[in-house]
Design a protein around this ligand. Structure first.
Ligand code: T46
Length: 136
């Protein structure tokens, strides 16, 4: 599957909490053109249900716990984001569903391009045709 788990550099102190950071073209291999974050989601809710044709994304959860369910048309894998230091890079062409395991978990995403609805595949049957067309 076209994803990478990365360790986001995290500096911990006993008294003052911790700070995490990453740098475009250093810790991650792409330029960041957009950042968005998802908040106020109740536990049990699901978002996502789409794939991207070209977009590369780094997902991280600085607060809470979400499960990212990934499909490539053949296999399914689950990645739990439950630490500020865990980063998940999704390369294009993966179907993703995201399940909120804890109320108000914050999902942050740094991505390689501006918002473009034409980059989305939001229908699973269309996605399967797309992956077959690409020879996945
Ligand atoms: C993804 C997962 C992890 C914008 O207008 N600009 C934006 O930058 C984004 C991300 C969304 N939108 C609009 C499009 C929809 O009308 O916000 C609305 C909700 O977006 P969507 O239903 O795609 O939200 P999620 O949580 O299902 O998916 C989002 C990202 O869209 C997607 O790229 O991988 O988070």
């Amino acid at each position: 599957m076209q994803y990478e788990l990365i360790n986001i550099k995290t500096l911990h102190t006993e008294k003052e909490g911790q700070l995490s950071y990453f740098e475009a073209n250093r810790s991650i291999s792409f330029d960041i053109k957009r950042i968005y974050y998802i908040t106020q989601v109740p536990a049990g809710a699901r978002r996502g249900a789409h794939a991207h044709k070209k977009l590369v994304q780094l997902l991280f959860c600085p607060y809470g716990n979400v499960t990212v369910i990934l499909k490539n048309g053949m296999d399914e894998e689950h990645v739990v984001l439950d630490q500020p230091s865990k980063g998940l890079i999704l390369h294009p062409g993966l179907w993703r569903d995201i399940l909120w395991n804890i109320d108000n978990s914050v999902l942050c995403v740094a991505v390689s391009d501006y918002y473009d609805e034409n980059d989305y595949i939001r229908d699973y049957d269309d996605y399967l045709s797309y992956t077959k067309g690409r020879g996945n």
